[in-house]
Design a protein around this ligand. Sequence first.
Ligand SMILES: Nc1nc2c(c(=O)[nH]1)N[C@H]1C(S)=C(S)[C@@H](COP(=O)(O)O)O[C@H]1N2
Ligand SMILES: [Mo]
Length: 255
Amino acid sequence: MNDSMSRRNFLVRAAALVGGVLLAGCDRLSRSAWFTRMLAVAESINLAARNATPSRIAMAQEFTAADMSPSFRSNGTARPADPEYLRLAAGNFADYKLEVGGLVQTPLSLSLAELRTLPDRTQITRHDCVEGWSAIAKWHGARLGALLERARPLPSAKYVVFHCADSLDDSGALYYESIDMDDAYHEQTILAYDLNDKVLPIQNGAPIRLRVERQLGYKMAKYVMRLELVDSLAGIAGGNGGYWEDQGYQWYAGI
Ligand SMILES: Nc1nc2c(c(=O)[nH]1)N[C@H]1C(S)=C(S)[C@@H](COP(=O)(O)O)O[C@H]1N2
Ligand SMILES: [Mo]
């Protein structure tokens, strides 16, 4: 059972309890006092339920500059081996284009300069890797929601898939990840091009990497080359929505 479910159950039980207590005390209260009290209780339970449940708009914790880790390590691929990626890197990604396609009305092909003109966000957040390390860093990038508004997803689009330039194994299978539209439009979901006030280095995913702050590190695709909007994850690679998901990790890696 996840957190919001157990909280919801708690609220349901709390509501039953409060209701019972009120009914027991009912004869000692005037009719109108009982009614007013009941409305206030219902209202507060409602508010609590709203805060506790669709947690899809809840914000990940943000920190201050004083909390920042001295450095942000690299994990997984530190430098893609793909010749085309290395050619782009050698030219400081001047020729890089982020392709946006699939279930969109307006496919896009955006240079880094164009990505830097999109509505942006800066956030100091904690990255948690399943391998047992965390680090707090400052990320700056284009809001994915703003980019999607330009591409105009079709109503059938359910997921954004991030296709990366690197491969972690001999099979040559490329790293990829996916998130749903709630996370895609979330205020803190960005395509980061700066880390700790400097241009994102190759070891951390240059030229752009995803930040989806309420999930674990492996969701934060580095070396993003192409976004694909899809209505199902079934047809992509192993069909589980990500490189690590295809090895058995959870697709929704909530923290
Ligand atoms: N393309 C790509 N993205 C990736 C990985 C990777 O190997 N390749 N590793 C993931 C994992 S497990 C983590 S914890 C973070 C590490 O990000 P960092 O190298 O900036 O520390 O990136 C994630 N995104
Ligand atoms: Mo990780």
